[in-house]
Design a protein around this ligand. Structure first.
Ligand code: ADP
Ligand code: MG
Length: 377
């Protein structure tokens, strides 16, 4: 069998640039070299694309001139090429790509923009498509679809940031009357807990609304789940996805904020989560339903909040490009149910190819049998 060329994308223009490098490094190490040729593709913080053996080291350094083994490159949207164009001092060459594996978290990687480019380029790619990625990225749209599908989400409201800048006090009063306290206030399109605060009173709410409004054009406000446990489920598949067992994150801080995620390194993962069987089954079924509600494909990690106070369970969010280091929750949950890291990658690549083949088989044009609509003919 001819080895497949897999372009692994990392870095990107988001707050999760560094996390992405760690995830992608694990992916590239684990891809079976007898079955695949890995083409590393790094997107730097300015959005320039780089490839070559030195691309990862160059992005890690994050400054200075690119070394000789790291060349500028582009993925053209032209579907007749299906190649990476690599530039050198004396011209350019094309590297044909079989599958793209995007490991870029957050903005311009996980939000459908990058996926749109892969669609235009007619390349199979791992993970959710354009709409699934975009909707999962936007916590307001995501929650509205979940609520519409009858899935449990905390009560929420959302406002435009322009409105918050004009009348934060008025909005805060309205929010408190509708949802009470305490609340979580979030910029809906960010990740890694950036811009998120918890408000326990009106004053904190006003400050939190103003703070979140700095990061996004909308702000989401939702009722806090009291003493929430953080339960996470990994989902794998296209139209018939499977759920892993649930795991639990025990954050090192009051909530799972940026420091707890990346700085303190003290948050513990428990696999499996300590849950009664019936509840674990319910969480897994909800994870699959949420995945399908948002039209996800390939992979996603579905995060839940489970109240220690009254046992109420809510879907918190879906991540379509979850953390992918070998010690991240998503791969560890599947490893725990007998799908080791390297095999998980093979399955994701196969799912990407299957979706692409299915899409290619669809009719792309339609020739009407009659010409009734041709008024000018
Ligand atoms: N409604 C809520 N009730 C209780 N805790 C919450 C709520 N929403 C968010 N949190 C806490 O904030 C963290 C980050 O929120 P989340 O919506 O997951 O944003 P991100 O996309 O940045 O991970 C969660 O992991 C949880 O600890
Ligand atoms: Mg989260």
């Amino acid at each position: 069998m001819k080895p497949k060329t897999i372009a692994v994308l990392f870095g990107g223009r988001s707050g999760e640039h560094e996390v992405s490098l760690v995830s992608a490094e694990s992916v590239m190490k684990a891809l079976d070299p007898t079955r695949h040729t890995v083409v590393p593709v790094g997107v730097d913080k300015e959005g320039r694309w780089w490839t070559g053996p030195g691309a990862m080291a160059y992005l890690r350094r994050g400054e200075g001139e690119a070394p000789a083994d790291c060349r500028p490159c582009l993925l053209p949207p032209d579907p007749t090429r299906r190649s990476l164009i690599v530039f050198s001092d004396d011209g350019s060459e094309e590297i044909p790509i079989d599958v793209v594996f995007p490991v870029i978290h957050g903005t311009f990687g996980e939000d459908g923009t990058m996926q749109g480019l892969f669609e235009l380029a007619d390349l199979p790619y791992v993970g959710a498509g354009v709409a699934g990625s975009a909707v999962a990225m936007d916590k307001v749209l995501q929650k509205r679809l979940h609520r519409d599908a009858g899935l449990p989400v905390p009560a929420f409201l959302h406002y435009y940031s322009t409105a918050i800048r004009e009348r934060a006090e008025e909005i805060a009063a309205e929010v408190e009357a509708a949802l009470g306290m305490p609340l979580f206030i979030k910029p809906p399109n960010l990740g890694s807990s950036v811009g998120i605060s918890k408000a326990r009173n009106r004053e904190e709410l006003v400050a939190a609304l103003r703070h979140a409004a700095l990061f996004d054009r909308k702000v989401l406000v939702e009722r806090a789940v009291p003493e929430a446990r953080e339960i996470e489920v990994a989902v794998l598949g296209n139209q018939d996805p499977v759920a892993s067992i649930p795991g639990e994150v025990v954050p090192s801080n009051d909530f799972y904020d940026y420091d707890a995620k990346y700085v303190d390194n003290a948050s513990a993962l428990h696999i499996p989560a300590d849950l009664p069987d019936a509840l674990a089954d319910r969480v897994r079924a909800l994870a699959v339903k949420a995945f399908r509600t948002l039209d996800c494909e390939g992979m996603a990690r579905v995060d839940f909040l489970l109240s220690r106070v009254d046992g109420s369970l809510f879907i918190n969010e879906i991540n379509t490009i979850p953390g992918f280091t070998s010690i991240s929750m998503y791969p560890k949950l599947f490893a725990a149910v007998g799908i080791p890291y390297a095999e998980l990658l093979e399955r994701l690549i196969a799912l990407a190819e299957r979706r692409h083949a299915e899409q290619r088989a669809l009719l792309r044009s339609y020739t009407p049998k009659t010409d009734w609509h041709r008024r000018d003919g």
